[in-house]
Design a protein around this ligand. Structure first.
Ligand SMILES: NC(=O)c1ccc[n+]([C@@H]2O[C@H](COP(=O)([O-])OP(=O)(O)OC[C@H]3O[C@@H](n4cnc5c(N)ncnc54)[C@H](OP(=O)(O)O)[C@@H]3O)[C@@H](O)[C@H]2O)c1
Length: 333
């Protein structure tokens, strides 16, 4: 089958469009013919080798973390999906590779595609949707009446997280540039900080939760926005010792993560705030709940551009500009 392949870890190196063996199906796997694949900054970071200590994929391997498509075969023990189902997923770490004509995915990672979305729209959802869910629902326990600051509201994670936080009943503040103010307002943001004109830490205070996806400077400044008892959740680092433990990392990496997050954990503790790093995981059950929210019209995908599959390297380069509004997807069919 055709696929976009990482032959060698290297910063900025183009993926090779080539032939790879067809996926092998285990008992609990579902074989999916991929119609569209969503791209994420994680794809570029993995290609660059930045995630090698954490996710040691051995080259040559197929890149890609999001997909939507049609089930063409099921493993002997699969009961929840059948041939012909339209599905979507963020396959689990170690088994990624959605930039291809087909993929075998564990049934626990899969959900039925929202009926009201195209394949390209559905492929834009899983990774960012699950990230927002795991940050705001699972980790923060965000409730009606609480206040949340979602950084980078016009990005893939931000556009989903704003809508989810509004659905949970929170007051939502977000940061974005002038050009994207109307977009984040249309998603429900109550307070929009245009970072070209205002410093968010001088405007906001008394927040219950901050979701950070930006740099270390933003992370530090976010402490000042939170009230005692508040939660600072970062998806852009630094990783903390709990994360190292969950991942079963070796002693050296555990120590490294303890050191990397020492400063922010200490400052947070001094203010009675909890700091945690989140690395999202595949979860078909949560994705099913996301399907319902989308079918009920509560959350919609925000699409920047759909590229043809052959233009995957251009699509990845576009993501790397850091300027995309919502999601970037490549279409195979
Ligand atoms: N740990 C995890 O599990 C996890 C999961 C998902 C994502 N992530 C990470 O989270 C980050 C965001 O992911 P994403 O998919 O949302 O990225 P993305 O879609 O590529 O984000 C692009 C958006 O970021 C906005 N942005 C850039 N600089 C900004 C700033 N200083 N202030 C406010 N907005 C800014 C841009 O808006 P403007 O053009 O208006 O600046 C643009 O719309 C990435 O580093 C990604 O790797 C981690």
């Amino acid at each position: 089958m055709k696929a976009f392949i990482v032959d060698k870890y290297k910063k900025g190196r183009a993926l090779r469009l080539g032939e790879m063996p067809d996926p092998v199906l285990a008992d609990h796997d579902v074989l999916v013919q991929i119609h569209a694949a969503g791209l994420n900054p994680l794809d570029a970071k993995i290609r660059d080798g930045a995630f090698k200590p954490l996710l040691p994929y051995r080259s040559p391997f197929i890149l890609g973390h999001d997909m939507a498509g049609i089930v063409t075969r099921i493993g002997a023990k699969v009961r929840r999906f059948k041939v012909g189902d339209a599905v979507y997923a963020r396959p689990r770490d170690g088994r990624v590779g959605t930039l291809a004509e087909a993929i075998a995915i564990h049934e626990d990672d899969l959900a039925l595609k929202p009926k009201n979305l195209t394949m390209a729209e559905a492929a834009a959802i899983p990774l960012v949707g699950l990230t927002a869910w795991q940050a705001l629902v699972e980790r923060a326990g965000l409730r009606k009446g609480q206040k949340v600051l979602i950084h980078a509201g016009s990005g893939g994670v931000g556009t989903f997280a704003i809508q989810l936080a509004k659905h949970l009943g929170a007051t939502v503040a977000t940061t974005t540039s002038t050009a994207n103010v109307d977009l984040v307002k249309s998603l429900g943001a109550d307070i929009v900080i245009d970072y070209k004109k205002q410093e968010f830490e001088q405007v906001l205070s008394g927040y219950d939760v901050v979701l950070n996806s930006l740099d270390g400077d933003t992370l530090q400044k976010s402490l000042g926005v939170l009230k005692p008892g508040g939660k600072l959740i970062s998806i852009s680092g630094p990783p903390d010792p709990e994360f190292a433990g969950q991942q079963g990392l070796n002693g050296f990496l555990r120590l490294l993560m303890r050191l990397l997050s020492f400063s922010i954990r200490r400052k947070a503790k001094g203010r009675g705030i909890s700091y945690s790093f989140l690395f999202m995981r595949a979860d078909g059950g949560q994705l099913n709940q996301i399907t319902s929210l989308i079918e009920d019209g509560i959350i919609r995908p925000v699409m920047d551009r759909v590229f043809p599959f052959e233009a995957t390297n251009e699509a990845l380069a576009f993501i790397e500009t850091g300027r995309s509004k919502g999601k970037v997807v490549v279409a195979l069919r």
